[in-house]
Design a protein around this ligand. Sequence first.
Ligand code: PEP
Ligand code: MN
Length: 373
Amino acid sequence: MEAAEIGSWGFGEAPLIIAGPCSAESEEQLLVTARALKATGRVHILRAGLWKPRSRPSSFGGEGYKALEWLRTVKQETGLPVAVEVASPLHAEACMKAGIDVVWLGARTVSNPFSVDEIVAALRGTNQPVLVKNPLGPDLELWQGAIERVHAAGIEKIAAIHRGFTPYEKNRYRNIPKWELAIELRSRIPSLPVLCDPSHMTGRADLVPGMAQKALDLNMAGLMVEVHHDPHNALSDKEQQLDIPSFKKMMERLVFRASTSDDTGFRNRLGEMRDRIDSIDNQIIELVASRMRISREMGEFKCLNDITIFQLERWLEILQTRTSHGVAEELDRVFVGKLIRLIHEESIRCQEKVMEELRERGGCPPADQGGDE
Ligand code: PEP
Ligand code: MN
């Protein structure tokens, strides 16, 4: 599928900066925030939630339809385009009627294809820009599916927002970033702009600037940041909303790096480094292939000698020696552990496959458990 470039949406060039309160609480609150954000000269779009998807029914659920009127006033006064979350076809219709510039589908909505279908039916045939947050769980198919549903309704101004994934256990972040998924989405749909929401990702105002920088360093197409004029008294997400001075400070300090350069010296040097990386990657593949050939040979040898594939002591020794070696080579301990586990798993799979083939041909004693390298 083809998505329209952010620059052609009419709000400005990437990185697109969307900022504003988690929830619209009053016209006054929206005006104070929008004026301050406009004055920074760095914000392209004002965000505000009108219908808040709350885990517990006792939490503030948003001001709903009446806040559309406030947004209309704010837009008229500041000239800032506005973005609102829609979770039902009624929300979507009301937003379009009220001249809301951008709508977004929240993480909970994206987790349910029926909801996405219903909303998309209301958006069909409009030229409404739509942002699609990632679903709650790290399911790339579900995220991509929602994007495809929106696109199938004829919408081309479409972007994804990486806002992190619900952790199973208590974590430093409210929602765990999975950059590899965001990058995989970009490689599957190269024309799709992918933004980052560091506010819902971190859940903590002090961690927002660092995460925003990380997103920019990974060449994300923009940021959606929660900003409140008085976070302590915010009616939702008070821990993660930046106050206005902190937002300004963050915008001044963020480094916007170019993703490429026309400088010949730079390009040549980068080209040389990439050549070296390519050559090393090829060597890694060849080495792993040699290792697996030995594994297959060993599988056959063990099978013929009626020995199990997995031997615990040997595996513990491999893990220990390779990890120490990796750490001595200044590699990260966790990374080496993961790498060696992955290689070991594949080695066992190769040995099992050889044993199975041999057995089928009657060249090996009947199956028992399995062994190690
Ligand atoms: C929000 O943006 O206010 C929101 C509810 O986000 P998410 O859907 O990412 O939880
Ligand atoms: Mn919020």
